[in-house]
Design a protein around this ligand. Structure first.
Ligand code: CP
Length: 312
């Protein structure tokens, strides 16, 4: 079912397949918590091709591969490879080189099409580690971050015990690749999504079409306070970079005051890194699940690597 698959978009995965990834991730979690040595991927090499900065995604993919007994090669910036500098070798040629040396490629790139180009050029599985730049109101292809959506959904499932029936607030730059992918992922479950973003009420036509095509149930709101007593999950990302402002506008921030009327059991997720939209005063509250979310990247990415390698 998964062997040799590319993971380019969360849309490529059915609900059943996502649930299967979660069940394998649960087994990986046992390996991690018991610190059991594992040699499942000892004959496999992962190439990490990062054309943009990353902390969580690159390190968790590399840790996942290492925990499964595999090896990792790659670069953390095009500038330390021939994909940068005067040669600026194409994604396709870079992919052709990676397939000579490795068994799976993980790629992050500012071009939303780069993972597809990479997968077309290479005859080994390609996983997108986030691709596509975003900007408020811009038409064009929206980026995606499919494995981020998987670990976000996995975190919701673990923390809330279910995904169906939940109400989720996506706030901040909702055209970001992380928000786009979690929206598409939530569309596979029986959820309702509220959007609170500088893009609202001028939500990008491209994002609207993407969410409509996916069958996402969503509505747009203008204040956290209007839905805080009914939402089960807040998924917040920075809007400051997209709006090019020095300080996040108050309505796109979370703070303790806004959480006073929060629904019992509310959880707050953030793909991180954060800016001032998520102040550290939230970190020690029961709502804060964003560090657990980052940690969940490990079993989820271990599961994906093992499944794509045909080893589970
Ligand atoms: N969430 C996420 O993609 O983080 P990094 O940019 O650090 O990989």
């Amino acid at each position: 079912m998964f062997k040799d698959r590319d993971i380019i978009s969360i849309k490529d995965l059915s609900r059943k397949e996502i649930e299967h990834i979660f069940s394998v991730a649960d087994k990986m979690e046992v390996l991690l918590t018991t610190r059991t040595e594992c040699s499942l991927l000892e004959d496999r090499i992962l190439a990490t091709l990062f054309f943009e900065p990353s902390t969580r995604t690159r390190l968790s993919f590399e840790a996942a591969m290492n925990r499964l007994g595999g090896s990792v090669i790659g670069f953390a910036s095009p500038e330390v490879s021939r994909a940068g500098g005067v040669f600026a070798e194409t994604v396709e040629d870079t992919a052709r080189m990676a397939e000579i040396y490795a068994d799976i490629i993980v790629i992050r790139h500012p071009d939303a099409n780069a993972p597809v180009k990479c997968a077309e050029a290479a005859n080994i599985p390609v996983i997108s580690a986030g691709a596509g730049a975003t900007s408020v109101g811009t038409a064009g292809i929206l980026g995606e971050h499919p494995t981020q959506a998987l670990l976000d959904l996995y975190t919701i499932k673990k923390e809330k015990g279910k995904i169906d029936g939940l109400k989720i607030l996506l706030m901040g730059n909702v055209t970001s690749r992380a928000s786009h992918s979690i929206g598409l992922g939530l569309a596979k479950f029986n959820t309702h999504v509220y959007l609170l973003s500088p893009e609202v009420p001028h939500l990008s036509k491209v994002l609207r079409e993407s969410f409509d095509d996916a069958g996402l149930s969503y509505g747009e709101i203008s204040r956290v306070e209007d839905v805080i007593s009914e939402v089960d999950v807040i998924h917040i990302v920075s809007s400051r970079i997209a709006t090019k402002s020095e300080k996040t506008e108050d309505r796109y921030r979370i703070d303790l005051n806004k959480l006073k009327k929060a629904k019992e059991g509310l959880i707050i997720l953030h793909p991180l890194p954060r800016l001032d939209e998520l102040p550290t005063e939230i970190d020690n509250t029961p709502y804060a699940k964003y560090f657990a979310q980052a940690r969940n990247g490990l079993p989820v990415r271990m599961a994906l690597l093992a499944l794509i390698s045909g080893k589970v």
